[in-house]
Design a protein around this ligand. Sequence first.
Ligand code: CA
Length: 512
Amino acid sequence: MLPRICSTLVAILGPLFVMGGEAAAADRPNVIIFLVDDMGPLDTSVPFMVDAAGQPERYPLNDFYRTPAMEQLAARGIRFSTFYAMSVCSPTRTSLLTGQNAARHRVTQWIRSEGNNRGPFGPPDWRWEGVQDAAVTLPGVLRGAGYRTIFVGKAHFGPIGEPSEWPDNLGFDVNIGGCSWGQPGSYYGEDGYGAIRGNKRRTVPHLEKYHGTDTFLSEALTLEAEAAIDAAVAAGEPFFLDLSHYAVHAPFQSDPRFADHYADSGRSQQAQAYATLIEGMDRSLGEILEHLESLGIADETLIFFLGDNGSDAPLGPAHGHTSSFPLRGKKGTHYEGGMRVPFIAAWAEPNPDQPCQQRLPIAAGAIQQQPGTVMDIYPTILNLAGIEPPANHPIDGVDLAPQLAGRTNPRRRDRFLMHFPHDHRSSYFTVFRDGDWKLIYHYRPDRSDADGEGARYELFNLGSDPFEKHDLAAEEPMELRRLAGEMTAALAAEQALFPVDKAGGEIRPVLP
Ligand code: CA
């Protein structure tokens, strides 16, 4: 329906819109966030890990997965060897919307569609209803500045019945497929994405025209995203597209287009199915890149490609060196495999003569080793578009511009605070990274009183031990104490909420 309305508008008001579009291109480039659910940094043929000399280093998983479009995008732009998200979905998605850390925005746990997912010892006041204020969200702010804001895919911003259930209420003009669900009822068009077969309580909405066809979900979302891009271009409006794939989240259903590629891999059926989800997501990226080129807007379109939490690849124990080997841990854990994600930033077509690219130069084929986080995308986009952030809205992210140009940002403190006061594969923890040091605090509310007796620290030096094999908490008491103090101060600065003990008393970290 939307394209028909737009083409009618263009017929009436065409010249006005086209003029507006040309004027806008220089300082209002199109922006695409290409978000992949549960994708880790090793779930790709693009190497994100680096050796001691800072050169890309391949691991066996890089040779298992096939992601040629990601290879193309990486060649056009810069990727980060260390990019942090939160350990589960909704906290990261809310950080992308707000530019704030989870400790501050307080959507600290994945949102359960049917109710409060606090867990037995989670903070009673955590924001289980999701963010509600469209005035401060990234799409809301961009819409106010003249962008057409488009959401396609998995939202998972809020529970059923709250305004946050629907992306339309959070600053998006267009929503296709986004709702409260954190996973699809099915990836198959034959199943109606859950409407006909599969988990009917998780049917992906708005895709009825593909029901009963052999259109895999990732492909349906791609076609819808392309149509929404077409409508924005026809209207002469710059667009912000959040294309958030349901892939590669469970259920791990094999995409028949790619199944042959993994049949002889010797890996389990589940692992093979997961690889087909990865390749189908990559096919989507390739099609979007081609589509931008065909419309002649690739050199005025910025792409941020990333995952929303650590890998959930079905390859082994949650806390082992498996799903993101050589990194330790997977989605939901406090190790690097829980919160490291792939991140690539690129102009869809590099063109140094394009004014918007001159405003934000991006090094081609480069790897950035200084860390970045999901909070950084909000201020980076607003600065590029010359848009003032909302008043009284603290932002924890840092503009990535110097790092995207291939430089180190000397003003950036290499710190990351990840606060998770709930239960999951790893439960009730805070991670605090400062330079090479990584401190982990385990609140252990099941055995702690309000004084934190029974809590436990872990300490790793990621410079000398990047795969978290040697806990130094006992060997480095001075460093442990210093970092614990810094972590406590950072939690206070972001007004974090804490787990509670059996009596309901708040458990704050106790210095070692
Ligand atoms: Ca996720």
